[in-house]
Ligand binder design. Structure first.
Ligand SMILES: Nc1ncnc2c1ncn2[C@@H]1O[C@H](COP(=O)(O)OP(=O)(O)OP(=O)(O)O)[C@@H](O)[C@H]1O
Length: 567
């Protein structure tokens, strides 16, 4: 900013008034004050401000680059001296004209400030994405910004000087002019363009008097359409989540777990305790001991009972699909990913994720699972967005995870993350007291399923069941009883009937084949053994197919072929 360098001669009353006036002007710098009286009032004021003061006029006039000199002595001798000695570029202004000089300076400054503001405002108005339109208090349109034309397709020349009450009588701008109040979120079509917009307007009030109004608007066709679509999608998602909760809720509760032995009761106690917390649970135990049943029951008794219970069988899913099965994938993440798919982790949000056969999970996925358990967040395959979830984890395995950790096939950190609460389900041979009650319970269950009226087992039959070791645990007991009940005519199961089915698992698994037999017979025996071991459910068949190293489809074909013989 260019400063006017001024000097003052005469520091009396008049000089003092000029001094004060000049101090208020931003563009003025007082370079010196002169008075023959060193005690004149302005001399003290100037000294205080660090301004040069002198009693010798020559010294003040020696300032070369002084633009203006104010003469406030009213002394003609002094005036003459000034005329003789001042630098040629210095203008002399008498005290009476000081006020005029200052107001001219101020006006100039205001003009410059106005120009600057106008420039700023123009830049803002030109660069905003929203359309802006201004009308005066009679409704004549005075201004539209470039975005107005971009949004509406109406040229500035077609709009300026039109009357808003004619071109957009129902718009927000017209409303604000009439009501002298702001209008918010007004949805309308811009007159003459048909473009749907959402607008906000406000009156322009100067000293309480309406001078016009301004409206700012955006095209809403796209925004609203997208919002409506989004709202629809959100409703669908909410409904689907509710449906997932209903469909995937756990099927069993603690009442479905039968037993009376001490070991059974201790396991139940532990399981019930874990249901009251939200900790991760690792259920261990041999195949068929009821690990999955416990997982369902823990979820069912927990706070999460109304939320999904999602099961992943880590052994049944091909390794290549496991990651996407777990975490889902984005559309186009890989060939065949035609749409975005939610993974089991996401589906289980709010509820429980049951990781069955966790010992069969590969190391790569173990690392990914660890992150979800630790941070409760993950990304879909092919996705970049981090998704947060609130999931409780329950894992189960019949493998010895600790020795897998030692061998390096199971991550130690994951093992400890999973094993917050360990629920170890003992094999049936270690809780033989449970066999009579389980038998009773299963007979009732199969009576219902098969439409039979079996009352129980004979004392010898019970003796047989209790003395047997049940390598396939409760599942094997279930299979033996069901097979016997399918064919039984009487209402009591005998030793003879049960002994036909009992032990198949044992003899087959201990590989006691002495005789040579036709291969198709051997195949039948193996099929029967696999079905006895894994059960007739879809899960069981999947496991059987895996154990036999054939596809599920082949298993179904073979079962169909040998159905008559398999009984
Ligand atoms: N205490 C029990 N009371 C009633 N039924 C039981 C009990 N324990 C197991 N079962 C039944 O035994 C069968 C096998 O149980 P489950 O599938 O839970 O075993 P698992 O330990 O998960 O087996 P795997 O390791 O092979 O997956 C199921 O039909 C289940 O209902």
């Amino acid at each position: 900013m260019q400063l006017f360098r001024v000097g003052l001669v005469g520091a009396g009353k008049g000089g003092s008034a000029i001094f004060k006036m000049l101090k208020e002007v931003r563009k003025v710098k007082i370079v010196g004050v002169c008075d023959t009286n060193p005690n004149a009032p302005t001399i003290a004021m100037a000294k205080k401000e660090g301004i040069f003061v002198t009693t010798d006029l020559k010294k003040l006039l020696a300032w070369e680059n002084m633009d203006v000199l104010f003469e406030a002595t009213n002394n003609s001798e002094v005036q003459q001296q000034i005329d003789q000695l001042k630098a040629p570029g210095t203008a002399v202004i008498e005290a009476q004209a000081a006020k005029l000089f200052v107001s001219l300076l101020e006006e100039k400054e205001e003009l410059l400030e106005f120009k600057r503001l106008k420039g700023e405002l123009e830049t803002i108005l030109n660069s905003v994405q929203e359309a802006i339109e201004v009308a005066d208090n009679t409704g004549i349109i005075k201004y539209v910004n470039p975005a107005f034309t971009r949004v509406t397709g109406v040229l500035e020349t077609q709009r300026i000087n039109k009357n808003i009450f004619k071109v957009s009588p129902h718009g927000a701008l017209a409303q604000s002019l009439v009501s002298q109040k702001p209008v918010h979120g007004h949805r309308t079509k811009v007159g003459g363009s048909g473009v749907e917009v959402i607008s906000n307007s406000a009156p322009i009030l100067v000293d309480g008097k309406i001078e016009g109004a301004v409206v700012v608007f955006q095209p809403i066709t796209d925004i609203i359409k997208l919002m409506e679509e989004l709202q629809k999608s959100n409703t669908i998602i909410e409904n689907l989540y509710a449906r997932i909760g209903q469909i995937t809720g756990s099927k069993y509760n603690f009442d479905d777990l039968i037993g009376r032995s001490k070991t059974f009761k201790a396991t139940m106690e532990m399981a019930k305790k874990s249901a009251r917390s939200d900790s991760t649970v690792l259920i261990t135990g041999e195949s068929g001991t009821g690990k999955e049943l416990y997982a369902h029951a823990v979820h069912q008794a927990s706070q999460r009972r109304d939320k999904p219970f999602i099961k992943v069988n880590c052994a049944a899913i091909p390794e290549s699909l496991l990651e996407s099965e777990f975490f889902g994938h984005e559309k186009g993440a890989f060939t065949g990913a035609v749409r975005t798919k939610l993974g089991k982790v996401e589906l289980a949000n709010g509820g429980t994720l049951f990781l069955d056969e966790i010992g069969d999970m590969n190391l790569f996925l173990q690392a990914k699972l660890l992150r979800v358990i630790q941070d409760r967040e993950f990304e879909r395959v092919g996705g970049t967005q981090t998704i947060k979830v609130n999931v409780r984890f329950i894992a189960a395995t019949n493998r010895k995870l600790k020795s897998m950790v030692r061998k390096g096939t199971f991550r130690e950190d994951l093992y400890y993350r999973l094993n917050v609460v360990e629920l170890s389900v003992p094999p049936l041979r270690e809780r033989k007291d449970d066999i009579p009650v389980l038998t009773e319970y299963l007979i009732i269950k199969f009576n219902r399923k098969l439409g039979k009226k079996v009352k129980g087992v004979s004392p010898e039959a019970l003796q047989l069941l209790v003395s047997y070791d049940w390598p396939g645990n409760v599942r094997e007991l279930e299979n033996v009883l069901e097979r016997a009940m399918v064919v039984v005519e009487e209402n009591v199961l005998t030793h003879h009937q049960l002994s036909q089915y009992i032990g198949q698992f044992d003899s087959l698994s201990s590989n006691k084949f002495a005789e040579v037999m036709p291969l198709d017979k051997m195949e039948q025996i193996m099929l029967r053994a696999a079905m006895a071991r894994y059960g007739e459910t879809l899960e069981g068949k999947k496991k059987a197919a895996q154990a036999l190293n054939i596809s599920l489809a082949t298993l179904y074909n073979k079962l169909k072929k040998y159905r008559a013989n398999l009984g």
